[in-house]
Design a protein around this ligand. Structure first.
Ligand SMILES: [Zn+2]
Length: 356
């Protein structure tokens, strides 16, 4: 129904009834009636709504078919309802475009996510998670080197990754859900790359460890251990840091962060988890970082943000195969058609030198 679509778009835009009403030039009462399917907006009003909400008019007529399942609401109780609704709305809108694109393609481009078959059935302590992370790397043929694009790595294995502008602030940890059985992970679009990567690896940890953990182990702590072990495997950490250290240099941590996309704080944690730093040495480093405010903003450059590529690639593939036209491609990528056309033809690229 059109009312549900208006509500979804309003929530995704993070607007109250009143704010939308003001910006679209209608009453809040009218908006409420539209949303409850008690009256139908005229085409003029729909146009105004679409402009304010940043969606095309077609959006309101599309059948809603996506529901986010298994969202851990418990984790988000501290968030204002409106913010959670905005994040969910934004994600649902992105998932819908993904599924719409999928409908145009002859075969499903998304792999079915499956944990590797040889993972241990029972994990009795946190140290055993190191092996799980190694087994996943092995099964996915990632070797031991730093993983350049984690988003890409996950999407190739059937986990959809989305970024949301609606996620910001320190208090929000990213969101994991399933859509039609497909695992979906959402991270903040504005977060530094290392935070995005840790969150992605953490959620991957939940998926891999599900049903295997001894009940004495904390799920969050286990997922964090997995994330660290997946981003920087034990053997590599020992190569980089040595077997036993009394402290780590700040510059040393900067270099490692740059190489592995794991935060400086993450490296300190790895060193403690693997017994390279003693508890006391670790705590003293953490204290030092806190004192200087580095636990919030680390003192070297941010790691570059993750780049989701799969969706854009599939749009171009569908276009190349004449499965969709340019206008649909632009709509799927949420771009004005003229901008899409220019991008498609590389109009803004440097002109190539043809003759000498
Ligand atoms: Zn978690």
């Amino acid at each position: 129904m059109i009312g549900d679509r208006i509500k979804q778009a309003r929530q995704a835009a993070g607007l109250s009834l009143r704010a939308l009403a003001e910006q679209a030039g209608v009453s809040a009462m009218a908006i409420s009636k539209y949303e409850n399917n008690k009256s139908t907006p005229s085409s003029k009003v729909l146009l105004a709504l679409s402009r304010v909400l940043g969606v095309r008019v077609e959006y309101f007529f599309r059948q809603a078919k996506v529901a986010l399942e298994e969202v851990e609401y418990r984790k988000y109780t501290h968030l204002p309802k409106r913010v959670l609704a905005q994040i969910k709305g934004d994600v649902i809108e992105q998932v819908e475009r993904f599924l719409e694109l999928e409908d145009y393609l002859p075969t499903c481009p998304i792999e079915i996510f499956r944990p590797p078959v040889d993972l241990p059935q029972h994990i009795n302590n946190y140290a055993e998670i190191e092996e799980v992370a190694c087994k996943v790397r092995e099964a996915w043929q990632l070797g031991l080197n730093p993983i350049p694009g984690l988003t890409d790595t996950l999407e190739e294995r059937g986990i959809l990754v989305f970024q949301s502008e609606a996620i910001h602030g320190d208090r929000f940890d990213g969101l994991a859900a399933t859509v039609d059985g497909i695992p979906v992970v959402v991270v903040g679009a504005g977060w530094p790359g290392d935070r995005q990567r840790f969150t992605l690896a953490h959620e991957l940890g939940h998926l891999m460890l599900k049903g295997r953990l001894n009940t004495a182990l904390g799920e969050e702590q286990a997922a964090n251990r997995f994330a660290g072990a997946f981003l920087a495997p034990e053997s590599e950490v020992r190569k980089e840091l040595g077997e036993r250290r009394t402290r780590l240099e700040v510059r040393e941590l900067c270099v490692l962060k740059k190489a592995y996309g794991l935060s400086m704080g993450g490296w300190q944690h790895r060193a403690k988890d693997l017994g390279i730093l003693s508890e006391a040495a670790y705590r003293s480093m953490v204290r030092y970082f806190r004192m200087r405010g580095w636990h919030k903003h680390e003192p070297c450059d941010d790691y570059p943000r993750e780049q989701p590529l799969l969706f854009t690639q599939l749009v171009y593939r569908a276009l190349a195969e004449d499965l969709i036209g340019e206008s649909k491609a632009a709509e799927l990528l949420r771009m004005p058609q003229a901008d899409f056309h220019a991008q498609r033809n590389m109009d803004r690229a440097e002109p190539a030198t043809v003759d000498q």
